[in-house]
Design a protein around this ligand. Sequence first.
Ligand SMILES: Nc1ncnc2c1ncn2[C@@H]1O[C@H](COP(=O)(O)OP(=O)(O)O)[C@@H](O)[C@H]1O
Ligand SMILES: [Mg+2]
Length: 228
Amino acid sequence: MIHCQQVSVVYPNGTRALSDVDLHIERGEFAFVTGASGSGKSTLLKLVYRDIAPTEGKVIVDGQDVAKLPPRRVPYLRRKVGVVFQDFRLLPDKPVWENVGFTLDVLGSSRREKYHKVPLALELVGLSSKTEAYPSELSAGEQQRVCIARSLVNMPPVLLADEPTGNLDPAMSWDIVQLLDDIAQRGTTVLVASHDQNIVDRLGKRVIQLVQGVVVRDGKDGGRYDAT
Ligand SMILES: Nc1ncnc2c1ncn2[C@@H]1O[C@H](COP(=O)(O)OP(=O)(O)O)[C@@H](O)[C@H]1O
Ligand SMILES: [Mg+2]
């Protein structure tokens, strides 16, 4: 579902953020991307939702070479890739159901489709009882669930999450990571950038570890990379 072939990213200021990354993530797989701050985790995710293009190599998402997409086709790729961020980015003056329905508004979905899909997405994340609440009335963990519902409401095949637990306490973090794992088990390909080593180790899923833009480990062994 996500394939990186010999991918490097050099930002315009000369910073090399990724070097020779080769990755293959299958449909329905769950994988963490870990590494210290500045190791290239967000850059890797940005390639997949075509926020940036690779300097060298190929990034293929659902069979499409993202660098070859003309600008007018980028929105079609974005429909296939839901993204969740650390800082939620909810609309503060809209209730939960409108925050989730917003994704469908942007895609030009009908009202009928919205009334059908929004409750399903909220049920999936366990927030059926909070549809009328405003973001400020929710806990941080609930707000992150709204974000996940918002990114899943149009049922994209790929879900990316960049430090989704960065603003959550350990118990909430664990709930969110389990929810993301459930979502993968329903067939969505889920890629989660996180430097939270406890969570990563505890879930026991595939871990892709970056050190200064290089993949130093890729596996389910759960063992930590030893820099020495
Ligand atoms: N837009 C940018 N322009 C220049 N350098 C950047 C940009 N974004 C990130 N970087 C640099 O690229 C490297 C990787 O950053 P990033 O992918 O954000 O890492 P992480 O998410 O693991 O913290 C860092 O050295 C960072 O400073
Ligand atoms: Mg980052």
